[in-house]
Design a protein. Structure first.
Length: 658
C-alpha cells in the first residue's frame, strides 16, 4: 500500500529539519554501545557493588559477564490505581528473564503523581514538570551501566512520556514498555458527566458526587476514559514499543501476567547478546513519531500529547511542531468515539477491535508507515493482532475484519469525521491547540466579548455568583509553564458545559492546559507564547471581542493595532505559586522551561548544532521571547520569517486551516 502524499510530505519535512540533530543523536548511541555486556566496562569494585545483595545464582551470572542483564524501571506506587498492579511485576519479570537466559535487576523507581488527585489543587502545578523529573529519575536508575536492556513500567499522564524521554537518553539500550491495563468498567461516563454538572449547579450534594466518583474509579487499573493515560498506551503500541494488543488488557488476569512475562522475554531477545539487537533509539525515529501523531489524531486522543510528543521527539534528536499535527489532521479520519468524545470507555473500544484494528485500517489507507522497526523486529503490520492465551502462553490472532461496534470504532471507509480530532488555531493572540472531536459543529465558532481571569479560582468564583450567564470567551491567563507550571484547568469543564447547555455561546482561551478529558466546549489551549513570554493574552481586556474559529483555524482579538500599542501587559502576583506543596523546589524548572510548542521541556535538544535550519518562524519568535541561549540558531533562521509553509501544493491538500 502506497503511503498518503501528505504523510510523506510531513515525514520529509521532519526528516529534513532534524537531519543534523538526529545524526548527532545516532552517533551518540553508537558511541554508548560496548563490545560485550554493558557491565563489562565496570571495574571489579563497581561490579561487586552492583550485585552484592543478589541471590547466589543471579550473582554468578552477573559475575561471569556473559549473559544479559535486564533493568526494571518502575513507576509503582499503590495510590495510583493504574500503577498499583506493578507491585507484582518484578517477580514475574525476573522469572521470565531467567527462563529466557538472562537476569533482571530492579534498577530504580520513578515518581508517579495522579492528576486526578491533584486536579484543582496546588500539587497540580508540579504535574507537567514531573515528566522531566521522571526522565531524570530514569537516567539515574540506568546510570549504573549494569544493563543490556530495560523494561519500563508506567501508564499514566506524565509518567510514560517521562520514562520514554529518559529511555531515549539511554537509547543504545533495547527497551520494552509494559502496561498495567484499565480497570473494569464502572458507572457509565454519561451518568458521571451528568452528576458532575449537577454538582457544579449546586443540584447534587458532595456525598452524591463522591459516590459517583467512587463508582467510576473503583479498582486497580487505568481510569477507563480516553484521557492522557490511555492515549499513552495506544501510542506506545502505534510506535511499536508494546507487545501487540497489550495496552487494554485488565490487571491481575492470567492474560495480563502472560503478556508481562512475554514482554520481559522479548527484552532479552533484543539485547546484543543475541542475533536481534534493536536499540530503542533506533525504533523511535521520524516515521515512528509521525505514526504516533497519526494514531493520536485518528482516535481523538489527549491534547497533552501536543506537548509530550514534541518533547519525546526532541529527546531522540527529532524536531516537530504543531504545524505537523495540523497538517496531518486534514487527512487523518476520526475512527473512534471514546469518552469524552463519546459514551464508551476503553474496555468497550478494546472489545470492538481495539488498537490493532485502528493500526490495520490506517495502514491499509496509507496513513501509517509500515516500514518501521518495532520491538518485534518487523514492520508495524505485525501489530495488527490481538493476544489470547493457549494454556499459559500468549498467542496472537489477526484483529477482526469488522468492528464489533461501529458506534465506538469504525473503518477508514466510514469514519466519524473526515479529519482528526486536534487542530491548530493561530492569529493575533498567538498559536494554540484545539481538541474538536467532541465539539459539535455548531459550537466550533464563537465570537463574543472577553471575560479575563488570572486564575481558575477567579473564574469559579464568578460562576458561583451567577456573573457568567451570557455569551463570552473566558480568557484564563498566567497559566503557562513559566507562570505556574501549566496545571490542567479541568475544573472549568462542568461550569462551561452548563453554560453552553443553557444556550450561551461560550469558549475558553488559555495559556494553560485542559487535559485529555477536554470535552464539548470549544477551548483554545496552550496559547503560545504564554503571557510571561510576551504573549498577547496579557493585553486582552474585558469586553474585547474574541473570535475563536475552529473551521478557519483562527484565534483573534478584534482589537486594532493602535489599541494594542497603547496597552501595557497585565501583571499578576504569582508569588503564591512558588511556595507550598513543594513548588519552591521547582523554581529552576519554571525559570528554564521552553514554550508549549517546543514541548514545555527543561532539557535541550540533543546535540543542538549552532545552525539548524528549521524553517519555522514560530520557533524563532518563541526562542527570542524566552531569551533562549540558542542565539546562533535564531540568527540562522531569521531569514525564514516570511518563508511559506512547505506543505503548500502537496497533493491532497484540502487547503483549510492554513
Amino acid at each position: 500500500m502506497a503511503t498518503h502524499p501528505v504523510l510523506d510530505a510531513v515525514t520529509a519535512r521532519i526528516t529534513g529539519r532534524s537531519r543534523t540533530t538526529r545524526t548527532a543523536y545516532l552517533s551518540d548511541l553508537a558511541a554508548a554501545r560496548t563490545d560485550g555486556v554493558q557491565r563489562g566496562g565496570l571495574s571489579c569494585t563497581n561490579l561487586a557493588h552492583g550485585f552484592a545483595a543478589f541471590p547466589v545464582g543471579d550473582k554468578l551470572v552477573l559475575r561471569e559477564q556473559k549473559l544479559p542483564c535486564v533493568a526494571i524501571v518502575s513507576a509503582y506506587n499503590d495510590m495510583l490505581s493504574a500503577h498499583q498492579p506493578f507491585e507484582r511485576y518484578p517477580h514475574i519479570i525476573k522469572d521470565a528473564v531467567r527462563k529466557a537466559g538472562g537476569v533482571a535487576q530492579f534498577a530504580g523507581g520513578v515518581p508517579a503523581m495522579c492528576d486526578g488527585v491533584t486536579q484543582g489543587q496546588p500539587g497540580m502545578e508540579l504535574s507537567l514538570f514531573s515528566r522531566d523529573a521522571i526522565a531524570m529519575s530514569t537516567a539515574i536508575a540506568l546510570s549504573h551501566n549494569m544493563f543490556d536492556a530495560v523494561v519500563y513500567l508506567g501508564v499514566c499522564d506524565k509518567i510514560v512520556p517521562g520514562l520514554l524521554i529518559g529511555a531515549l537518553h539511554f537509547g543504545h539500550l533495547p527497551g520494552v514498555f509494559i502496561p498495567a491495563g484499565p480497570m473494569t468498567s464502572g458507572m457509565s461516563n454519561k451518568e458521571k458527566a451528568r452528576i458532575r454538572q449537577l454538582y457544579a449547579q449546586g443540584k447534587a450534594s458532595r456525598e452524591e458526587l463522591l459516590e459517583c466518583e467512587s463508582q467510576s474509579y473503583h479498582g486497580a487499573g487505568t481510569c477507563t476514559f480516553y484521557g492522557t493515560a490511555n492515549s499513552n498506551q495506544l501510542l506506545m503500541e502505534v510506535m511499536g514499543l508494546h507487545l501487540p494488543g497489550s495496552a487494554f488488557v485488565t490487571p491481575n488476569t492470567p492474560l495480563r501476567d502472560a503478556l508481562t512475562a512475554a514482554a520481559a522475554a522479548r527484552a532479552v531477545a533484543l539485547t546484543d547478546r543475541g542475533a536481534g539487537y534493536i536499540p530503542l533509539g533506533r525504533i523511535v525515529d521520524e516515521k515512528a513519531i509521525v505514526n504516533a501523531i497519526v494514531g493520536l489524531l485518528a482516535t481523538g486522543g489527549s491534547t497533552n500529547h501536543t506537548l509530550h510528543l514534541v518533547a519525546i521527539a526532541k529527546a531522540a534528536g527529532i524536531v516537530i511542531d504543531w504545524d505537523d499535527f495540523n497538517r496531518l489532521s486534514t487527512v487523518v479520519p476520526l475512527l473512534t468515539r471514546i469518552y469524552p468524545n463519546g459514551e464508551a470507555d476503553v474496555n468497550h473500544f478494546a472489545a470492538a477491535g481495539g488498537t490493532g484494528f485502528v493500526i490495520r485500517e490506517l495502514l491499509d489507507a496509507g496513513l501509517l508507515h509500515d516500514d518501521v522497526t518495532t520491538i518485534l523486529g518487523r514492520g508495524l503490520r505485525a501489530h495488527c493482532a490481538e493476544p489470547f492465551l493457549r494454556d499459559t502462553d500468549v498467542i496472537w490472532n489477526p484483529v477482526p475484519a469488522r468492528s464489533g461496534d461501529e458506534s465506538v470504532l469504525r473503518p477508514v471507509a466510514a469514519p466519524f469525521a473526515a479529519d482528526g480530532g486536534l487542530i491548530l488555531v493561530e492569529g493575533n493572540l498567538g498559536r494554540a491547540v484545539m481538541k474538536i472531536s467532541a465539539v459539535k459543529p455548531e459550537h466550533r465558532t464563537v465570537e463574543a466579548p472577553a471575560l479575563v481571569f488570572d486564575s481558575q479560582e477567579a473564574f469559579m468564583h464568578a460562576y458561583k455568583l451567577g456573573q457568567l450567564e451570557r455569551d463570552f470567551v473566558a480568557v484564563v491567563r498566567f497559566q503557562g509553564p513559566r507562570a505556574n507550571g501549566m496545571p490542567e484547568l479541568h475544573a472549568l469543564t462542568p461550569p462551561l458545559s452548563n453554560l453552553q447547555d443553557a444556550g450561551y455561546h461560550v469558549a475558553l482561551v488559555t495559556d494553560g492546559r485542559m487535559s485529555g478529558a477536554s470535552g464539548k466546549v470549544p477551548a483554545a489551549i496552550h496559547v503560545s507564547p504564554e503571557v510571561l513570554a510576551g504573549g498577547r493574552l496579557g493585553l486582552v481586556r474585558d469586553g474585547d471581542i474574541i473570535r475563536l474559529d475552529a473551521v478557519a483555524g483562527r484565534l483573534d482579538a478584534r482589537v486594532s493595532a493602535e489599541v494594542w500599542a497603547a496597552r501595557t501587559p497585565a501583571r499578576a502576583d504569582l508569588s503564591a505559586n512558588g511556595i507550598g506543596m513543594g513548588r519552591e523546589l521547582f523554581t529552576l524548572f519554571r525559570a528554564n522551561v521552553s514554550a508549549a510548542e517546543l514541548g514545555a521541556t527543561t532539557f535541550a535538544l540533543t546535540s543542538l548544532a549552532p545552525a539548524v535550519p528549521l524553517h519555522d518562524p514560530v520557533r524563532v519568535r518563541e526562542a527570542e521571547a524566552f531569551g533562549f541561549a540558542e542565539d546562533n540558531f535564531v540568527q540562522t533562521v531569521r531569514e525564514e520569517y516570511d518563508a511559506p509553509r512547505d506543505y503548500a501544493h502537496v497533493e491532497g491538500d484540502s487547503g483549510h486551516r492554513h
